[in-house]
Write a protein that binds this ligand. Structure first.
Ligand code: ZN
Ligand code: FE
Length: 256
């Protein structure tokens, strides 16, 4: 089985979409679609036709283009569909632990509520890649719009448990601001300082900081490091639970 070709493309203010293409079956999936024009332009540039649309959550910057993209391509839409926050174009409703097929490999559905309650992430073990939507960003995590901190911490633990060489695609270019914030809670972390320098070089060259890897995030992303003694000591929270430390880091980021 040959590996999938991945294409990252920007849209909107700071969103990223991804195309996944199988050179053998010629199937192509896209992750989210806030803007059908951008997705169609990327498909056209590669000469690929879309077979599947994977939706992470109901926010408009991830779904506004889904219906017209579906109409234009005939692709099948896989995604969550909570009655409170419906995504009306969804053909295949996903829940936690589901596995579905794409181009002969399994796509595992990981429910990661917190940013929204419907959030799902897509993990492809055969390709060592996960699409984390607005749950886990490079050096950051999503804001808690619908869930609470203990819920999000639990969701991040699910992602942290994936193999360390997993490649992580998230949906926004927020990394420079995330790096600046991360240094305020974890200034003694030399891996983080190096990563912040690397991020600045990439952004100065107008290059994306997505994807990242789980190994890198476990070393540098404060939202995965609530158990780190250095961070706990900086926050004077040595005796708090990991979820409480996570909540404090998230609270500080909200007002950063
Ligand atoms: Zn969102
Ligand atoms: Fe978003």
């Amino acid at each position: 089985m040959s590996s999938l070709t991945r294409v990252l493309y920007p849209y909107g203010n700071d969103n990223y979409g991804v195309l996944l293409h199988c050179p053998e079956t010629l199937q192509t999936a896209c992750v989210d679609c806030g803007d059908a024009e951008s997705t169609l332009a990327s498909l056209q540039e590669k000469g690929w036709s879309l077979s599947d649309i994977w939706v992470t959550h109901h926010h408009a910057d991830h779904t506004a283009g889904v219906e017209s993209l579906k109409q234009a391509t005939g692709a099948k839409v896989h995604g969550p569909n909570r009655s409170e926050t419906p995504i009306k174009s969804v053909d295949h409703v996903l829940t936690d632990g589901d596995t579905f097929d794409f181009a002969g490999r399994g796509v595992q559905v990981i429910h990661t509520p917190g940013h929204t309650l419907d959030m799902v992430n897509f993990y492809l073990p055969a390709d060592s890649v996960v699409f984390t939507g607005d749950t886990l960003f490079t050096l950051g995590c999503g804001r808690l719009f619908e869930g609470d901190a203990p819920m999000m911490w639990k969701s991040l633990l699910k992602l942290s448990a994936l193999p360390k060489d997993t490649v992580i695609y998230s949906s926004h270019e927020y990394t420079e601001s995330n790096a600046a914030f991360a240094l305020t809670v974890d200034p003694g972390n030399s891996a983080l300082r190096d990563q912040a320098d690397g991020v600045k070089r990439l952004r100065d060259a107008n290059k994306p900081t997505v994807p990242t890897t789980l190994a890198m995030e476990l070393q540098t992303n404060p939202f995965l490091r609530a158990d780190d003694p250095g961070i706990r000591s900086n926050l004077a929270m040595e005796h708090a639970s990991d979820a409480e430390v996570f909540a404090e880091i998230r609270r500080r980021k909200d007002s950063f």
